[in-house]
Write a protein that binds this ligand. Structure first.
Ligand code: R5P
Length: 284
């Protein structure tokens, strides 16, 4: 199986190249560049029958998406028969319903377009896993729980794992179970796009190290509020993890100041993308 890295996976390239053979994968050479007018150019420099294309679609989202389509077309043109798209962070995944008449279901448009070329689609921690139904082939929502648990295992010790709201409980539970630890959640109410109200958890956190796990950190408001509550409750060290670091301006600094450590996975490259999902990807 050949592995193709789009420019949305360049931040993983070194690790992928180092570990590919361990998983029976071979990295395929591709040329990716931009024309002077801004359009993308891709060229596949090798051959094969099956390929895994790794392309995360963070900002510039549209550019990464187009490149993924071009890679699919180029691979099919080159004679590849079966293509898997691994899209660690799927752009437009939060636009999953029509809220005002005349809007698209953006995630549906993206999934359908990818389905033209790709037979299988793998994403991490999708905003609404039900939207995978829009992809015409096999579509899988992967969990980063193993990587997050391994990263925090020693730091957390006999601590506990918390979700910042009830909706995120399954994610915290998955990490907690891998570590054999207790888990719980905060009651959270969003009062505006930048403000959340949260109530203390009902478990005893006094003197215990705590890991709060979420899917996305954007403004950081949720995590800062949760950390403040935990400090007041007398928690030990406070660690924060998320799958996708979609950080708004100043969010990394705000969260880092409020907690003992902030770490997100490398679905999006950021200064705190310390948890690698490369081995999970190479296993696919
Ligand atoms: C919301 O339901 C998500 O799971 C996250 O909790 C949210 O996106 C985090 O946003 P922020 O960092 O802006 O509080």
């Amino acid at each position: 199986m050949k592995v193709v890295l789009g420019s949305g996976a360049y931040h993983m390239a070194e690790e992928v190249k180092m570990k590919a053979s361990k998983y029976g994968r071979e990295v395929l050479e591709v040329e990716i560049k931009k024309f002077p007018d801004g359009e993308k150019y891709v060229r596949i420099l090798g051959e094969g029958k099956e390929a895994v294309v790794v392309q995360s679609t963070f900002n510039p989202q549209d550019e990464h998406l187009i490149e993924l389509l071009l890679l699919g077309d180029a691979l099919k043109e080159r004679g590849f028969e079966h293509l898997k798209a691994v899209v660690p962070y799927l752009a437009y995944s939060r636009q999953d319903r029509v809220t005002k008449e005349g809007e698209p279901i953006s995630v549906r448009a993206v999934m359908k377009a990818l389905g033209i070329y790709y037979d299988e689609l793998y994403v991490f921690d999708l905003h609404n896993p039900k939207t995978l139904e829009y992809f015409p082939g096999k579509a899988v929502n992967l969990s980063p729980a193993r990587a997050i648990a391994e990263y925090f295992r020693e730091k957390l010790g006999e601590g506990l794992v918390l979700a910042p709201d009830k909706g995120a409980l399954e994610r915290a539970k998955a990490v907690a179970e891998l570590l054999g630890l207790e888990f719980s959640y905060f009651e959270k109410k969003r009062v505006s796009p930048t403000e959340v109200r949260m109530s203390p958890v009902e478990v005893d956190v006094k003197g215990k190290n705590v890991l709060i796990v979420d899917d996305i950190i954007s403004t950081g408001g949720t995590m800062v509020k949760a950390a403040d509550i935990l400090r007041e409750m007398g928690a030990g060290k406070i660690f924060v993890a998320a799958t996708h670091g979609v950080f708004a301006e100043g969010a990394i600094e705000r969260v880092s100041k409020a907690v003992d450590e902030l770490a997100v996975t490398n679905t999006i490259p950021t200064p705190v993308s310390k948890i690698s999902l490369v081995e999970d990807i190479l296993r696919l």
